[in-house]
Design a protein around this ligand. Sequence first.
Ligand code: FAS
Ligand code: PHB
Length: 390
Amino acid sequence: MRTQVAIIGSGPSGLLLGQLLTEAGVENVILDRVDKDYILGRVRAGVLEEGTVGLLDQAKAGARMHAEGLPHDGFSLAFDGRDHRIDLFGLTGGKRVMIYGQTELTRDLMDRRKKSGALTIYEAADVQPHEFDRQLPYLTYDKDGTTHRLYCDFIAGCDGFHGASRKAVPEKSLCAFEKVYPFGWLGILAEVPPVSHELIYANHPRGFALCSMRSQTRSRYYIQCPLDERIENWGDVRFWDELRRRLPAHHADAVRTAPSFEKSIAPLRSFVAEPMRFNRLFLVGDAAHIVPPTGAKGLNLAASDVYYLFKGLIEHYQEGSNAGIDAYSEHALSRVWKAVRFSWWMTTMLHRFPDTSDFDQKIQEAELDYLTHSRAAATALAENYVGLAY
Ligand code: FAS
Ligand code: PHB
């Protein structure tokens, strides 16, 4: 079998790239090692930057997001028993974010791809990129007891942090930068109205908490937890009590509870692989970088990678120019590192570290106090949160 662009991974990166290419008339095939239901069963991101919203529209997969998503003009920082709103819209000259779950975005892209007739091969085992350092790359994969070959012009490694594409790159050709945080996030989903109409990021001596949502009737809450924490230690009552302890009293009293229908623990890390291109192989999204979810950047960085790679591939196929693909890694990494810094800064300011002293807690609260009383400081926060320009 042969195609123009072979995409490993049917997550947001792979699906968005595949749909943009299909809309532009560039043939592509997506392979994933699991099935659709498994992918849709993962609960992840919830905040979309305007650039991500625009790409979904360009992929003709944005209708349900505009119908059901929640445009947000601000969020609150809670600390020292009080909270302060960060006016994203006012501080950034009219920019906002869209609250819309990654699961729904993925579903919309899958539905659009099915309508477009583009090929996705699910449950493709042992997908491996080959000869990407030459001019005739191909993928091999196992399905239905046979090893198949997919010849292509380019390979997009959209297969996440644990995927095969980054691992296929010779170690001497890749430089990895990593920081592992000494805590995780315990998250739940519950069919209950959110405590506030906007997100609340809370710093507390007991640990970080985040009040988010998926709709006006479905809430998403997170509390910081030790890395070795086990889900079975956290019944709903214990979760709700701990969440309330970490919020200012007026929010704690307003938290409405209901049985959780999803509960998971995510570790936090910062990771960047450089470069993001190896001749005919391109690393995209989590395959190339990971950020702690505190800045709501993971999914949005995947989208900006896709923007740069899509632009370069279209220039190659439609104008015969390789300028875009040659610049992909440099352009993507420039935005990635600024988002990695922002996510590290938000995480460091809001979380309780094992060695956080009383002095450190006071410094965190002073930084939050400065942020919520200085227009210059709040503007810097706001422009990073809504997303820096592509
Ligand atoms: P993904 O990991 O989403 O998709 C990769 C796909 O490749 C998967 O479908 C996988 O099955 C497939 N694959 C992997 N290896 C393969 C192989 N060898 N062969 C074939 N297919 C293979 N971001 C936020 O902005 N906010 C959040 O709150 C947030 N929470 C998160 C919680 C968790 C637990 C995790 C893991 C991530 C979270 N993220 C969050 C980040 C997340 O949203 C990612 O940025 C986003 O999924 C990136 O999308 P992809 O790059 O497509 O990678
Ligand atoms: C979420 O709703 O899942 C969410 C929102 C904001 C974040 C992280 C996660 O920073």
